[in-house]
Design a protein around this ligand. Structure first.
Ligand code: GRF
Length: 220
């Protein structure tokens, strides 16, 4: 029935739990998208094993094998294009992409960040939030532009920060929601419902927001 599933390429550097969430949603039929290739800049990334376990092509592309960042990005871009990828998901990909790559795939690259952007961009978003003392943090999926953790926001989830949290407990609580919002963002993209208007992402067909999170709660 209907169209071919959207072909997705995922860039990773590490454990790949967000990649797993996207693969699982795809296999369950929750999203009309299929991961066709996973590319890592780290040979030992567990994400590559996860991909292979699901019969997905997994490539290690060593940045050191290319004279410049742009050359590495160009080679990655060629691999993605060869496979007809329509969406590129960054899932714990730890290298900054060149303006060349971002320009080549304008509006087709999305990223997940473990904080409520524009707060706490960069590394250790969870620790930054904790140390700042916010009561609510969360996670964000956004389009990628030439600045790090900056492009138009697609979806966010709010997660409370508890008084006895450490970086790991907060990261785990946020991660649970990363695994929900990333597949959801992929599905909205696959459905062709995301329209970028300046800094805003309009979700066509409407969305139902949930207004609930306060911390501490409003009641005793
Ligand atoms: C996640 O916390 C994600 O938000 C950040 O890097 C981490 C990747 O985790 N960009 P995983 O590799 O998906 O498990």
């Amino acid at each position: 029935m209907g169209s071919e599933p959207l072909k997705v390429g995922v860039l990773v550097s590490g454990r790949g739990s967000n990649l797993q969430a996207i693969i699982d949603a795809s296999e369950k039929g929750d999203i009309h998208a299929r991961v066709v290739v996973v590319i890592s800049d780290k040979e030992e990334a567990y994400a590559l094993d996860r991909a292979r376990k699901h019969g997905i092509e997994a490539l290690f592309m060593d940045p050191k094998a290319y004279p410049s960042r742009e050359d590495h990005d160009r080679a990655m871009g060629d691999e993605l294009e060869k496979r007809g990828v329509g969406l590129i998901c960054l899932a714990g990909y730890m290298r900054v992409l060149s303006p060349y790559f971002v320009g080549r795939f304008q509006g087709q690259i999305i990223n997940i960040h473990p904080a409520l952007l524009p707060s706490f961009p960069g590394l250790h978003g969870q620790l930054q939030a904790m140390e700042y003392g916010v009561k609510i943090s969360g996670c964000t999926v956004h389009f990628v532009d030439k600045d790090v953790d900056h492009g138009p926001i697609i979806i966010q989830a709010a997660v409370p920060v508890l008084e006895d949290d450490d970086e790991d407990t907060l990261a785990a609580r946020i991660l649970e929601y990363e695994h929900k919002i990333y597949p959801r963002a992929v599905q909205l993209f696959a459905q062709g419902r995301l329209r970028i208007q300046g800094r805003k992402v309009i979700v066509e067909g409407g969305v139902t927001p949930l207004w609930r999170v306060t911390n501490p709660s409003l009641e005793e």
